[in-house]
Ligand binder design. Structure first.
Ligand SMILES: Nc1ncnc2c1ncn2[C@@H]1O[C@H](COP(=O)(O)OP(=O)(O)OP(=O)(O)O)[C@@H](O)[C@H]1O
Length: 311
């Protein structure tokens, strides 16, 4: 569906994207993650034909985006929600775009409905909230009824209702067998929205895998137990080889190296009351931080190395 091969982009002596290759599958939401400056936006811009690769290439349905006869029917993008004339209404903004691209007026009504903007279609865009502005950006991306939707930070700054709407929208879009590429820094949101993740670090792909696989690779299960007798329980469990940290008024323990079942058995054997016992799997955020730690540290070192040694 979308294929990047050896994709590289240099701005002067800065390499923003370096030898990036990946394939995106139809029917999936692929999350694009990475620290600031990792090259996500540049890759998305090259996908949409807005930046020209220095080397390699990226194709949508077998061709570079700009070489399609009706590119808006192939892929739509929300890369920067601004760039809309504030004095125009939502409808006239979409109609202007539709006319330029030979798209019918009835499609404007459809995308207004799809994005829940019908009731504010006549309102001036300058008066729109951030959430409405994002919906309008998505409505514009949908005008050509595309197979691919590319969204750069679509939930940035949105309230919880807005975030939920974007999530449900992209899930439904992918469920129709279409393709979504979505970048976000909100890890919990990504965990709920994406099927597959591509993580970039300093312009290179550092992970490309289904979310479940990424979580399993960083798996470090901890057991959380709450007990009025947590201090004694902690001593007993450490004798069993568990490593523990005490929390919250000496009533909560967080344990590694022991299963929740064994914690329950030891507590029962010693008549210790438990108020809670649970296993916490690695969160996507932890897995992501483990993956990108060296990338962030390296870039910080690099930054220091750039500083002149003496003024
Ligand atoms: N037009 C440009 N000219 C010069 N450098 C650029 C240009 N566009 C991007 N860069 C640089 O390329 C690198 C990658 O930027 P990019 O915006 O693609 O990263 P990103 O992963 O989208 O970051 P963020 O999460 O902060 O949006 C950065 O170091 C950035 O400063």
């Amino acid at each position: 569906m979308i294929e990047a091969r050896g994709l590289t982009k240099r701005f002067g002596d800065k390499t923003a994207v370096q030898d990036v290759s990946f394939s995106l599958q139809a029917g999936q939401v692929t999350g694009f993650l990475g620290p600031n400056g990792a090259g996500k936006s540049t890759t998305m811009r090259m996908l949409m034909g807005l930046d020209r690769p220095s080397e390699g290439g990226i194709t949508v349905l077998g061709k570079p985006y700009a070489e399609h006869r009706n590119p808006l029917c192939i892929a739509g993008a929300l890369l920067d929600a601004k760039g809309v004339h504030p004095g125009r209404s939502a409808r006239s903004h979409l109609q202007a775009l539709a006319v330029t691209h030979g798209i019918s007026r009835s499609r404007v009504d459809q995308v207004l409905e799809l994005t829940g903007l019908e009731s504010v279609a006549q309102k001036r865009v300058g008066k729109f909230s951030l959430g409405m502005g994002q919906r309008l950006g998505i409505a514009a991306a949908l005008l050509g009824d595309p197979e691919v939707l590319v969204l750069d930070e679509p939930v940035n700054g949105l309230d919880p209702d807005g975030v939920l709407w974007v999530r449900q929208f992209v899930r439904a879009f992918a469920a129709e067998g279409r393709t979504v590429l979505l970048s976000s820094h909100l890890m919990s949101e990504m965990a709920q929205t994406a099927d597959h993740l591509i993580v970039l670090g300093r312009g290179r792909v550092i992970a490309d895998a289904p979310i479940a696989e990424l979580l399993a690779s960083g798996e470090r299960r901890t057991v959380r137990v709450v007990s009025p007798d947590a201090i004694r329980l902690g001593e007993l469990l450490r004798a069993e080889g568990a490593r523990s940290t005490q929390r919250a008024d000496n009533r909560e323990l967080v344990l590694e190296g022991i299963a929740a079942e064994r914690v329950g058995e030891v507590a029962a054997a010693h008549g210790i009351v438990l108020h809670a016992l649970s296993t916490d799997a690695t969160s996507l955020e932890e897995a992501y931080l483990a993956l990108t730690r060296s990338e962030v540290e390296y870039s910080t070192d690099e930054h220091h190395a750039d500083q002149p040694a003496a003024a």
